[in-house]
Structures are given as structure tokens and as C-alpha cells.
Design a protein around this ligand. Sequence first.
Ligand code: PGA
Length: 249
Amino acid sequence: MRKNIVAGNWKMNTTLQEGIALAYGLQVALNEKKTNCDVIICIPFIHLASIAGIVQTVSVGAENCADKTSGAYTGEVSAAMIASTGAKYVIIGHSERRAYYGESNAILKEKTLLALANGLTPIFCIGEVLEEREAGKQNEIVKKQISESLFDLSAEDFGKIILAYEPVWAIGTGKTATVAQAQEIHAFIRQTVAGKYGKTVADNTSILYGGSCNAGNAKELFANPDVDGGLIGGASLAIDKFLPIIEAF
Ligand code: PGA
């Protein structure tokens, strides 16, 4: 069965001390609650080892990994290094990585393979930019992103992936996809997965929504039958903003 998931994406925010305080505070707040979803925080590389050691019911993930195994790639961080910190997840293909660091579908395919080979669960991001949405090309774009990066995986490996649909025009803009827009494209994504791997794999795939998701809109977005949770940027940086999103389930 697919899981309900709320995942934070801290991006390039918080010093190590601030990050530890935020993660610890979140864990303390959650200790007093019963949650109906998995909670993950995707955090800067240098925070991983420290924070993986202080949270219990919150899982930890990285925001990126290298597309190479090891060696002379100055400044890169491999999937094996991430796994060695105790992290269990890694965001792959965030639109900021695609746009600012030139990460292509082919590179993201390599990253996904390395994440899986090292036991990490990829949170694989897809989504169209505003001009593509305005031209009605969003389905074509997400299908291409999924198929070029993921459709060479075995059904077993594909079954380990979490997908995150994040319309680029909604990220950090305060503009959210409407409930209907989210459901429509999530259903299309699930149908695309079913076309390749069959209905059971598709039904078991968690598909998260991301893009200005907040306490005010999470409940109605998550109520969609094909929206299985959220990937939360800005609102994951404050406990009083992140907690109500977790409680939306
Ligand atoms: P946002 O970011 O919630 O700040 O829009 C979402 C994301 O980029 O993952």
C-alpha cells in the first residue's frame, strides 16, 4: 500500500546549530502527537550525521547526491556517503537542480541508480515551468521526465521510488496549483506509471505535491485521491508552520 508522506526540503537554509535546534524541536513536538503520515526532513549534507542521530520518528534525507560512485569529483557527495550518515532518503531532480545546475534527465537517471544501489529511497521530482503549463504541455513534460530517468528501472526498483510533482511556477512563489489541477496531473502521473509497470505498482507509488504547500491548503490538497502528501520547502523551516501540514493527515 502507498504511504502518506510529508517531507520537508530545507534547501540552503540553517547553520548546523539552527538545523539541530529545528530538527530537535520538531521531534519533541511530534513526541506528543500521533501522526497519520511518515515525516521526512531533507536537509543540507553537513547536517545529516548530526541530525540523523537525534531524531527517532522523523526520517532524514539529503537534497541531492552525486551522479558518480566515488573518486576525483571535488565537492561532490556520493550516495554511499549519504547512506553512511544514517540518512534514508534523497531528493533527486529538484527543479532548482535542473534549472541552476543543468541536471538533465540522463544525469538524474544515474543519480537514481546510485541512490537505489546504496539503499536510499529517491524522492524524484518532476514538474513543468510556467510557459509549459500555459501551453498545456504539462502532461507531456512530466511523462518525459519520468520515462527518460526512471523507466529503465525494474518494477521492483521503481516500487522503491517516491514521486514528487512540483509545478515550478508554484515553488516559493506563494502560488499553489488548485486542488483540481493537482488531482488532474497526479492522476495522469499514476496512469503513466500504470502504463509502464501496471496498476499494482502505480497504486502503490506515493506521489507528493510540492509548491507553496502550507497549513492553509494542505488539507484540501491531500484530500485528493491521487495526492499522497507533500514536499514542503519554506513552510518546513518553522515548526509552527510544518506541524499543521503533518496534522493535515
Ligand atoms: P516551497 O518549495 O514549499 O517553498 O514552494 C517546495 C520545494 O521546492 O520543494
